[in-house]
Design a protein. Structure first.
Length: 209
């Protein structure tokens, strides 16, 4: 989360202003790009080597990344400023998922064992009909927990630039290009949101000072 160079540059800029330097007109361009990973279901049929109950079904979640990283940049005249990625949500969500996974596996296997026990009891009481009923119950009642932050982006990136005199910026997200005129203000933020490659970009801005 965050890049040392970006943070160091911000600290340096603040120190300069606190030491009596003139506060330049600044624009922060924040890029919120792509969509976060989703969870997909993986079904495993675990063999039990029992004629009456040959296997037990378990469903586990797995992470699936969506889309590809896109390069973001701000162009002023002939100068191009590449935005710096400050947070990769794929990595954040991936670490969170890996920390949860041991508990998920334990709960899933415990649930599978309980359902297998119930199916065995049905089989003992009702024979083949009980086995079929119990197996169908296992199949249709077993679902992995697929809840995740689907509304989050793939990554956040930022570029800090001195606001040009004409206040015009050209923003690039991959091959997409947008022209923006920055509002009046000493410190402004231009916030750009892009959900997918080729999809329309949403841009809004606000003034901090």
């Amino acid at each position: 989360l965050g890049q040392p160079r970006f943070i160091a540059d911000e600290i340096k800029a603040v120190d300069k202003i606190l030491s009596g330097g003139k506060h330049p007109d600044l624009t922060y361009v924040i890029f919120e790009i792509g969509v976060a990973p989703i969870r997909k279901e993986v079904r495993l049929d675990i063999p039990l080597f029992d004629q009456e109950l040959p296997y037990v079904t378990a469903e586990f979640p797995r992470l699936e990344n969506r889309g590809h990283p896109l390069t973001c940049a701000v162009v002023i005249g002939r100068n191009k400023i590449d935005a710096m990625v400050i947070c990769e949500m794929d990595a954040v969500i991936g670490r969170d998922f890996q920390s949860e996974l041991p508990g998920i596996i334990t709960r899933t296997l415990s649930s599978a064992v309980l359902k297998a026990t119930a199916t065995k009891q049905l089989s003992d009481k009702a024979g083949d009909i009980g086995t079929v009923a119990g197996t169908m119950y296992q199949i249709f009642s077993t679902q992995a927990d697929l809840r995740t932050w689907t509304s989050l982006p793939k990554s956040f990136a930022v570029a800090r630039i001195k606001t040009p005199s004409d206040r015009r910026l050209t923003l690039f997200v991959g091959p997409q290009k947008n022209e923006v005129t920055v509002n009046k203000g000493v410190v402004n933020v231009v916030y750009l949101k892009g959900f997918a490659h080729g999809a329309p970009l949403k841009i809004h801005q606000f003034r901090l000072k």
